[in-house]
Write a protein that binds this ligand. Structure first.
Ligand code: PLP
Length: 279
């Protein structure tokens, strides 16, 4: 990912190659910070309110003192004002804790083009294997220190999980709880169809990240003549669903076309969902 524009809180737009963080910033040393990634549409960050709300929630759980929401909103908008409207872009809003003892976080917003790796799965779908996350579905609900539902900068496990997918010859993975439930993917939320309902995994019961894209879809499922709900599901039950998708802000929608080597039939809902989401 190469930035094409960069805005820094308190400084406005700067050259995207500007060095920003101190070598002792805890965001760099320990992944101690939070971020949000958004799709930029018509020069504006899509679902900005929802992303700012999730960032505020992550900050509370991490005991990070974020600047006022208006300042983050302005930072995001200033960065987007420098995005090339002729190409599809992403916006990444980052807040690090700063050096030990710092009383303000370091915040910046970077723009980068959407890569082909995000665009292709929207129409081609993805092959997925399940892998264990090692704890039970309820473990994070009882353990705030596990930071369930927080979008922290500590994404090493998420990235390692995606590298594992590639090493196994598939496009992505779905994390399983130790008690056999499907949770989420390392950078996306699971949604599936069961009868006339679109379903996703409950956030509070599992500590998964509350996905803004999945929420946006489920809140509008009536436009597809479908109801919406939250349920726990096993991998075996998922292979019997009449459609399963990974949803996220930039890739948008990726239909799961195979799960643990079992081919899943293409769903006629995929195109309808993609159009509802505007991808
Ligand atoms: N789950 C995880 C772990 C994620 O990292 C992401 C996005 O980055 C998602 C789900 C999907 O969230 P959103 O739809 O808000 O992009």
């Amino acid at each position: 990912m190469t930035l094409t524009a960069l805005a820094v809180l308190g400084r406005g737009l700067v050259d995207p190659a500007t060095p920003l963080l101190r070598a002792d910033d805890l965001g760099v040393l320990r992944g101690d910070g939070i971020f949000e990634t958004m799709h930029v549409r018509s020069g504006k960050p899509w679902l900005l309110d929802e992303h700012l709300a999730r960032m505020a929630r992550s900050a509370r759980r991490m005991e990070l003192a974020l600047p006022p929401e208006e300042q983050l909103r302005e930072l995001a908008e200033v960065a987007c004002s420098a995005a090339d409207p002729a190409i599809e872009n992403t916006l990444r809003l980052v807040c690090t804790r700063g050096p030990e003892g710092a009383d303000t976080v370091t915040c910046f917003a970077g723009i980068a083009p959407v890569t082909q790796a995000s665009v292709t799965p929207r129409t081609r779908g993805v092959s997925v294997n399940t892998i264990s996350l090692g704890f039970t579905a309820g473990a994070r609900g009882d353990a705030p220190w596990l930071l369930g539902g927080v979008k922290s900068l500590s994404y090493a496990v998420n990235m390692a999980s995606q590298r594992w997918a590639l090493s196994q010859g598939v496009d992505d993975v779905l994390w399983l709880s130790a008690d056999g439930f499907v949770l989420e993917a390392p950078t996306s939320t699971l949604v599936w169809r069961s009868g006339d309902r679109l379903l996703t995994v409950p956030v509070d019961a599992t500590g998964i990240l509350p996905g803004t894209t999945a929420r946006h879809l489920l809140d509008r499922s009536f436009e597809l003549d479908l109801a919406a709900g939250e349920e726990m599901i096993t991998a075996a039950a998922l292979t019997a669903a009449s459609g399963a998708w990974l949803l996220s802000s930039v890739r948008g929608i990726a239909e799961i076309r195979s799960l643990d080597g079992v081919a899943l039939p293409a769903s006629p809902d995929t195109a309808r969902i993609r159009s509802l989401l505007g991808f």
